[in-house]
Structures are given as structure tokens and as C-alpha cells.
Design a protein. Structure first.
Lengths: 126, 136
């Protein structure tokens, strides 16, 4: 299953559309990172609205993608976490290591990225 | 095999998705709310991933249960493997402990998400984890 990676302005948008096996998630991670490099993206939005389960493996992979994207110069926002998934993640104790920025939906995610990148451009601390 | 008991053999990460789907479906049928469905499904995901990551293969049984004492229905998930077993159960139940470089939230996470948690393990023989969730 190839997941499309869309480009809007200077951001990449990835919508995870179905449950993915571990191999598929890791393949997506590679695809995203090489695409960031290819188009010199300054932001990355991962939409997980379709996911009804985010376990510790998925949480860790999302966190890894964000950390690596950061090294490549792109800021990551994860959008569309379902309320039940959010509750489960907090109870799992994943919050501690879940160093990801999140926004309610795609629109708010794009706003968040724009604000962060503007602030950074103005020389402010990120 | 009755409709209220499902067995799935776990060999690869694709089986994790199958087990999650079966668990979610049963939780829904039993009347668990969306949050509990998600917790149960996530716990199944953590435990079956442990089987794939540490032992290669095992089995999960997902079934409906009833407690005469508490007069309540619930769901039980039993994950068994014949892997290397666990030397120190206390240690693996500490959140953040991991030998595989993961977050170390697998067992402790499954415990947090469910009402009952039981683990039996013999080094060299294998491990059995039983978790339960009761309908409120």
C-alpha cells in the first residue's frame, strides 16, 4: 500500500487512510523522509483521523518521524487524533515520551506550522 | 469453537492487525463504549506485538466471560508463547523498561488499560498473559 504524500505550499501532507502493518509504517517513514529532502519541505503534517488504534509502536514511529524530520529542517504536526485514542495514549503513559506537536485538524495544523515557521524566521527561539 | 471465543495464531505483524480487528469487533458486540473498545484493542496490540518481537510466534484467545460474583460480563484475552520467558516480571512491568529499544510500554501499558492483568512466565518455557475488561 503506497500512501500518497501531498505537497501544499512548502508543507507535506500525509493522510494515513487505514490500519498499517509495522512494515508499512516503516516504509512510510522512509518515504516521508526522502520526500522532505527532495522538496526541501519546511513542514510536515500527518493526519491520523482514520486510525482507531495508536499503540506504543505507532506512537514511537510518529515520534521518530518528527525527530528525524526536524533534523532535515521540517517541523511536524500530527492532526486528527480521535478522542478515544487520545485517552488511551494518556493512559498508556505515552505522553512522557510523545514529543510531538498536535493539532485538532488539518486546518489548525497548517496554521500551527505557519506560526512556528514565522517565529523561527523572525529569529525567535523555536 | 463458539462465537464468543476466537483463536488467532500470531506469527507476523499482519496478525497483530487481525487480532486487533477481532478484539474490536467482539468488544463492540458486547457493548463496550468507544473508549473501552479502543483500550482493549490497544492492549491486544501491545501484547501481540510482544509475541512477534520477542518470540516469533504464539497465540491469542479472545473470549466473552461472565462473573457470577460480580454479575457482570466482560472480555478476556489470553496471549501465550513458547518464547524465552521473562526473568524478572517486576522489572518488565515497570513503565519504560525495554530490552528491545522500544518505549517499554507494552506490558505495563496493557496492564494500565485493562481491569485485570495476570502474567505467568518460566524462563526457557514461555509466557502467558491474561487480561480482562469488565462491562460497566
Amino acid at each position: 500500500m503506497d500512501i500518497p504524500i501531498l505537497k501544499i505550499e512548502n508543507f507535506l501532507v500525509v493522510t494515513i487512510q487505514a490500519e498499517m502493518s509495522d512494515d508499512e509504517i516503516l516504509k512510510l517513514q522512509e518515504d516521508i523522509l526522502s520526500r522532505i529532502k527532495e522538496v526541501s519541505a519546511s513542514g510536515l503534517i500527518i493526519d491520523i483521523t482514520a486510525l482507531d488504534v495508536v499503540d506504543s509502536f505507532m506512537g514511537r514511529t510518529l515520534s521518530n518521524i518528527a525527530n528525524t524530520a526536524d533534523l532535515l529542517g521540517a517541523k511536524t504536526v500530527v492532526v486528527g487524533i480521535r478522542p478515544a485514542v487520545a485517552l488511551t495514549l494518556v493512559e498508556l503513559g505515552i505522553r512522557i515520551k510523545w514529543n510531538l506537536n498536535t493539532a485538532l485538524n488539518l486546518e489548525k495544523g497548517i496554521d500551527m506550522l505557519k506560526r512556528r515557521i514565522e517565529r523561527q524566521g523572525a529569529g525567535g527561539a523555536f | 469453537m463458539s462465537e464468543t471465543e476466537k483463536r488467532i495464531s500470531i506469527k507476523s505483524s499482519a496478525d497483530i492487525i487481525t487480532a486487533r480487528g477481532v478484539g474490536r469487533e467482539m468488544a463492540k458486540q458486547l457493548g463496550f463504549n468507544i473508549v473501552d473498545q479502543t483500550k482493549i484493542t490497544t492492549a491486544i496490540s501491545e501484547l501481540t506485538r510482544n509475541i512477534v518481537s520477542y518470540t516469533g510466534k504464539g497465540r491469542v484467545i479472545i473470549k466473552k466471560i461472565h462473573s457470577d460474583i460480580g454479575k457482570k460480563d466482560g472480555m478476556e484475552i489470553i496471549c501465550t508463547d513458547k518464547g524465552p520467558g521473562i526473568e524478572s516480571i517486576e522489572l518488565v512491568l515497570k513503565a519504560g523498561y525495554s530490552t528491545s529499544g522500544s518505549l517499554g510500554l507494552g506490558l505495563s501499558g496493557a496492564k494500565m488499560l485493562m481491569d485485570d492483568f495476570n502474567i505467568k512466565s518460566k524462563p526457557g518455557k514461555g509466557t502467558r498473559v491474561t487480561i480482562k475488561k469488565w462491562l460497566r
